[in-house]
Each structure stands twice: as structure tokens, then as C-alpha cells.
Design a protein around this ligand. Structure first.
Ligand code: PMP
Length: 404
């Protein structure tokens, strides 16, 4: 039994008003709200435990280290990684992707080597590769998609060459909501002896993701999109790959010994964690994972799929409605335009009705070029949204449409 009223009480911000209207928060793809348990856990750590991790012999430092390492184990179990050596804490998806791109390219890529990405990538899975392209002369190959927003698998197969070194693709598109057939894509990459990096920013918060079942080589995701705090994210990487990759940043925490002649790096996972980590945020993230598991990932997925299907069904009633992203396998994102109403006008007027949506290119400009548009309005759902909120959105869109 999905007790939505009880769930909503865990998020006091959902009870606030904007412009005198009840807030309808439909921008969960950008970031999610935080339940009280996450805020309480972090407050409690700052109030009662706070000390730097991995350094002190003193009681507080050991307690803080225990919480931080317990968070790593919590993440490991959540994504079913083999070992905590495979769980690297980062600032978020973007930093995790940059870490792999930089370190992997340093070790395994040279001029003329190729990376395969898809048309629907977020900028954070495009620009880091382009930085390497400028530095080392590597090339990006792009998997095309159909008009529903689905990857063309035959075209994907054709992109592999003897120069392909890695594939890096979003699990779920933050604009189209498409759930890409990554298990099949990963197995195709492996047939070519090529590793696969998954951008899990929009999948891990919404359904169960098992890295061993998928057999991905790397995966990145952000705490703040899964009801955890900002400033913390995760890079999952198979130990075998991470072991062979050089550190991304140098500093404290990531070394075993340093002299002016020679530095010996720490073992995994610390080799990739230079400097003081946000150990309070990792504890917050672990608490968010507990919260998600308390509700159940399958229940969350069922609830959000229902909302998405209901939203698209109701929105089809609206004259001039155009959807972007109608894949058969789709997650909790609905991108749209109505007639020739500019996305920014629609977003601004919905905001006046208390409805928070995102407008613009959603950090996916190459996708906008493919779609032949400048931007969309995007409603993205979270575990606390309701059918009534979808109704409010639909009425809001109708009202705005009448004004034009
Ligand atoms: N990839 C995807 C698919 C995303 O949706 C986002 C966030 N919009 C990112 C990467 C970047 O995440 P962050 O800003 O948390 O690093």
C-alpha cells in the first residue's frame, strides 16, 4: 500500500505556498526535495559527531569515519556492486563522469581513438569528451535515435570500429524519459571488447539498478536527485578498470606515502578521493537510500509510471500538445510544447500558478538540434507527486493556452 499522504508529510516543503498557491513541485529531474530523516541525520552528525574522517585517532574522528564508510557499504548494497572498493564518492554525476573521462583517456586513449555516445546525452557526458578531443585528438561517434526518442540499435552496432575504446550513454534521458536498452547495449560493447559507462543520474532514483546484472563497467549518479543532499554523488567502477586508471586529482586522503622524489597512491577506493570528502553528505545519502528502500524501489517505480502514463493521457486532451519522447519504455519525465507558445512563457505562467516545471534545453543542446527546437517544458515526477498535482498541471496548461 503506497501511503502517499504519509510520504508527503516527510517533505514539509511540499506544504508551502508560492504566489499564494499550493506548491506543485514537478522539477524532480533537476533536483528532489529532502525528507526530514535526511535533514535530521545530517544535523545530528554536525551536532554530535563532526570530525574529519580517516585521519584522527580520536573518538569523534573514528565515529565520523564509521558513518562515512557505512554509507559506502550502503551504496554498494543499493546498486549491488561486488565490493566497496568499487564505490567512489564524488561531488555528483558530473564529477564522476569527468573522473572517468579524464583518467580513462589518460591511460587508454590516444589520437584517433573513439568514444560512442548517444544523441540524447546530457552535456556532462559530452563536454568532458570534447575536452579530451581538443587535448588528445580523440573522436566522438554519436548513436542516432528515431522520432519517438529511441536509440537505433542497428546504427549503434555499426558505430564500432577497431578504434572504439569506450561507450558512454545515459540510462534514462533527462529530456525524453526514454529508458535505454542498456543491458543489450552493454553486452554488444563487450562483444567488441569495449567497456561501457552508464550515466545513471535519472535511473538510480527511480528504479532498481543492479550493476552486476547490467554488467556496466562504470556508472555515475547524484545524491541530490535521489532525495539525498547536494554535493555528493557516486562513481561505480569495476575494480579491474579502476585499478588500472591513474588518479584524477592529487592531495590528501589519496596517498599512502609522499616524498619529493616519489608518491605511492592509496588503494581503492581512496586513490580517487583526494581531499576531505563531504562525510556529512555521504551519511545523508545513506539515510536517503534507507528512506527509498523503506518505501521500496519497485513501489516507487510503479507509482511514478502510473503518474507518467496518467499525465500523458490527460495532456493529450490539450489542443496543440506536442510530446518529445514517446518511447515504449519511458520513465518519469514528460517534455512538451503547446502550439507555438514559447517554452519560457509556458514555464513562467505555470510558475505563477504555483507549478514548478523546468524550461529550456535541459543541458542537452545537441538533442534540441536533433528535435529541431530550442527547448521544451519538462514536468518530472518524484515519489511524492500525486494524480491531483497532474490534474493541476493539466488545468494550468489549459489556462495558459487560452491566454495565447
Ligand atoms: N546526466 C543526466 C542525465 C542528468 O539529468 C544530470 C542532471 N540534470 C546530470 C548528468 C548532471 O548531474 P549533476 O548536475 O548532479 O552532476
Amino acid at each position: 500500500m503506497y501511503d502517499i499522504n504519509k510520504i508527503r508529510q516527510d517533505f514539509p516543503i511540499l506544504g508551502r505556498e508560492v504566489y499564494g498557491k499550493p506548491l506543485v513541485y514537478l522539477d524532480n529531474g533537476a533536483t528532489t526535495q529532502k525528507p526530514l530523516c535526511v535533514l535530521d541525520a545530517m544535523r545530528d552528525e554536525y551536532l554530535n559527531v563532526n570530525a574529519n574522517v580517516h585521519r584522527g585517532v580520536h573518538y569523534l574522528s573514528q565515529q565520523a569515519t564509521d558513518l562515512h564508510e557505512a554509507a559506502r557499504e550502503k551504496v554498494r548494497a543499493f546498486i549491488n556492486a561486488k565490493s566497496t572498493n568499487e564505490v567512489i564518492f564524488t561531488r555528483g554525476t558530473t564529477e564522476a563522469l569527468n573522473l572517468v573521462v579524464s583518467s580513462f583517456a589518460d591511460e587508454f586513449m590516444g589520437e584517433g581513438d573513439e568514444v560512442i555516445v548517444s544523441t540524447m546525452e546530457h552535456h556532462s557526458n559530452i563536454v568532458p569528451w570534447q575536452l579530451q578531443a581538443a587535448k588528445k585528438g580523440i573522436c566522438l561517434k554519436v548513436i542516432p535515435m528515431n522520432d519517438k526518442g529511441e536509440i537505433l540499435m542497428d546504427e549503434y552496432r555499426k558505430l564500432f570500429s577497431e578504434r572504439t575504446r569506450i561507450v558512454s550513454v545515459a540510462h534514462v534521458s533527462n529530456v525524453l524519459g526514454t529508458i535505454n536498452p542498456v543491458k543489450e547495449m552493454i553486452s554488444i560493447a563487450h562483444e567488441h571488447g569495449v567497456p561501457f559507462m552508464l550515466d545513471g543520474a535519472q535511473s538510480v532514483p527511480h528504479f532498481k539498478v543492479d550493476v552486476q546484472d547490467l554488467d556496466c563497467d562504470f556508472m555515475a549518479f547524484s545524491g541530490h536527485k535521489m532525495y539525498g543532499p547536494t554535493g555528493v554523488g557516486v562513481l561505480y567502477g569495476k575494480e579491474d578498470w579502476l585499478d588500472r586508471m591513474p588518479p584524477y586529482q592529487g592531495g590528501g586522503e589519496m596517498i599512502e606515502s609522499v616524498s619529493f622524489e616519489k608518491t605511492v597512491f592509496e588503494k581503492l577506493p581512496f586513490k580517487f578521493e583526494a581531499g576531505t570528502p563531504d562525510y556529512v553528505a555521504t551519511h545523508g545519502l545513506a539515510t536517503a537510500i534507507d528512506y527509498l528502500q523503506g518505501i521500496g524501489m519497485d513501489e516507487i517505480q510503479r507509482h511514478e509510471t502510473d503518474l507518467t502514463e496518467y499525465a500523458m493521457k490527460r495532456m493529450r486532451e490539450i489542443e496543440g500538445m506536442r510530446f518529445f519522447g514517446e518511447a515504449d519504455h519511458k520513465d518519469a519525465v514528460v517534455s512538451f510544447l503547446v502550439g507555438d507558445i514559447h517554452h519560457l512563457d509556458m514555464g513562467t505562467l505555470l510558475d505563477r500558478l504555483g507549478i514548478a516545471v523546468r524550461t529550456g534545453h535541459h543541458c542537452a543542446e545537441p538533442l534540441m538540434i536533433r528535435l529541431g527546437i530550442q527547448g521544451t517544458v519538462r514536468a518530472s515526477f518524484g515519489l511524492y507527486n500525486t494524480r491531483e498535482e497532474v490534474d493541476t498541471l493539466v488545468e494550468g496548461i489549459k489556462r495558459v493556452s487560452r491566454m495565447f
